[in-house]
Design a protein around this ligand. Sequence first.
Ligand code: IPE
Ligand code: IPE
Ligand code: MG
Length: 260
Amino acid sequence: MSLGKIFENKKSDLSKRIDKQKIPEHIAIIMDGNGRWATKKGLPRTYGHKKGVNVLKEIIKVSKKLGCKVLTVYAFSTENWTRPSKEVSFLLNLFSEALSNEIEGIHEESIKIKFIGDLTPFPINLKKIISSSESLTKKNNKFLLNVCVNYGGRQEIVKVAKEIALKSFSGEIEPSEVNEELFNSKLLTQGIKDPELLIRTSGEKRISNFLLWQLAYSEIYISEILWPDFNEFEFLKAIIDYQSRSRRFGGIESLPNESN
Ligand code: IPE
Ligand code: IPE
Ligand code: MG
């Protein structure tokens, strides 16, 4: 049997184990390990980033097929500017290139694309393509793809705190009116349900300043696979693992034969 065939068989075994009624509506992904993947192969780190784009395309397709509604991916953090400028400009060019190549397909699939983060420092051509992609797809309602770029969870929280402080200072709101609902309504993810599942690839066990507020009760799945090697099979494994979790939200699991 060919390797391809074995992979297909294993994939269909996993598909059968998935509970279609318990697909997370919102999945967040820290797509990590591009550089290590390339270095292991004796290639420049940029090759890993390029390969990573294809993996993202596959994962969008699978998520949509499974019935997931929102995918939020971490593409560039506020801390990633500290990388060598050559790598940073490669990444920014890659974002423009990938977006121009893929936007028609994204639109045809009725996917809405949104960029989350502070876009101000980006080159004008990237800002233009981001804005045209968002407006082209803004009415699409089959699936939402959030791409976090120049995104940092702490920066997002500080931004919200500043906005609320200003409103309070000007007398628009009373300090006593500050609550979670108000805070939520000012986040960059405003109106989007929190992710039920966070996947991080490459085995790192940290959040790296991603969605600090929104991940408060997300289930975390760490995959040892480097992002460029991640695929449908590994993604299905993450969902099956998620489906086996008991989500208690600080409460206790209700036991059979117990009324309270
Ligand atoms: C993730 O892969 C992509 C970005 C952060 C842009 P890395 O580039 O962090 O790859 P590793 O973690 O160094 O292998
Ligand atoms: C997190 O990965 C950011 C993205 C995947 C875009 P990093 O590679 O930047 O995070 P650290 O440095 O391992 O924490
Ligand atoms: Mg990394």
